[in-house]
Design a protein around this ligand. Sequence first.
Ligand code: IMP
Length: 426
Amino acid sequence: MATVAIEGMQWGDEGKGKVTDYFASRAEIVVRSQGGNNAGHSIEHHGVRYALQLLPSGILNKGVVNVLADGMVINPIALLDEIKRLKGQGVEEFNIKISNRASVLLPYHIELDRVREAALGKAKIGTTGKGIGPCYEDKASRCGLRMGDLLEEEYLIERLESSLAIKNRELAAFGGKQFTVQEVMDALKEAREYLAPYICDTSVFLRNAVKDGKKICFEGAQGALLCITHGTYPYVTSSSPLATAIPVNTGLPLTAIDDVVGIMKAYSTRVGEGPFPTELDGDIAKAIRDKGHEYGTVTKRPRRVGWLDVPQLKYVAGITGIKHVCLMLLDVLDVVDEIKICTEYKINGKVIDYIPSTVMELARVEPTYISVPSWKEDISGITSYDALPENCKAYIAKIEELTGTEICMVSVGPDKDATIIRKEMF
Ligand code: IMP
């Protein structure tokens, strides 16, 4: 397989960072294609924990080219901070290419995110507060700036003038802070100077790389259910994390992606608002949350926790065509006696095995569960599938049977070594 895409199959935080790091160590190029610093990969690499937000995970592997592609929203100030933070942790090589088509996320987008969420009150989305939605809105309404604009000072000032003329009105209406062009230019100065040499047409680079048969990993950010079109709208992010969106977000043809590997946790989590049919509370939720360190990488919010939801996973596998899956955080489930799996939903007396398209219906579904016993022992040191406890293998086989996918990798702990490979995908 020369190219592989990674897609989170739930609401993000499935453990994509670990899989990307594994694939990145075999890749020549790692690509991020959408989202911004709302994403947060935690990666345990050679015993050190790194939190990546904008930089692709290949940054931890020497010799890998890391591409921040066309569909991303990039906060240049946050990107520079991330680079400085990684330098402080000993990362020496910043082999990066930043798309000149990617959108620029600026301080006023963050302020707009804040005032909008406050104005929504109880109806808030529960965003990460990083300005992602307002930046994508500007892209769609054609008053946004692109990374290439940072290289042309006169044009940059013109674009900022016209954009701020609109944005400041909105900020004033919400009682938010307004911005001057000079203020934004000053805030951007250091980042513009530092990042300028890395800004280029990444789609030309990537098309040539595909033609040359380079090994490319397209890492996913967020998760399928946060997709702006196919997720649990309006409680979603403002881009599409689906692997099927990668071609348009990178400037590559459909044929450029050889396979898609889905990433699912052994249970479900979500941050932010929105219906969550298999959500748990009480002691079981707390035990899973604590053992799985289920607190946001970006916002540190405690994540909501629930059982695995097969109708959702089948839906996601169906819309992307996922056949191979990495099952993450399996070790966490030894804290419970009994594991439940939601196999189907009931709504208005009807049984369905897919996720309804509106949040009103999703809030009304009643999950039907089956139960399987947990293994109640530490599996984090196990490195072969055969050595797993029988109950653990039975849980894996049940997930495969119910979702119609093949589990090619099982993660039993945060370390790179705590991984069981059943089939090499890349
Ligand atoms: P936004 O992307 O900051 O606008 O947030 C919109 C929704 O997506 C909120 O529910 C966030 O918690 C969620 N979200 C965005 N990025 C991530 C992520 O990387 N992991 C998990 N949830 C995310």
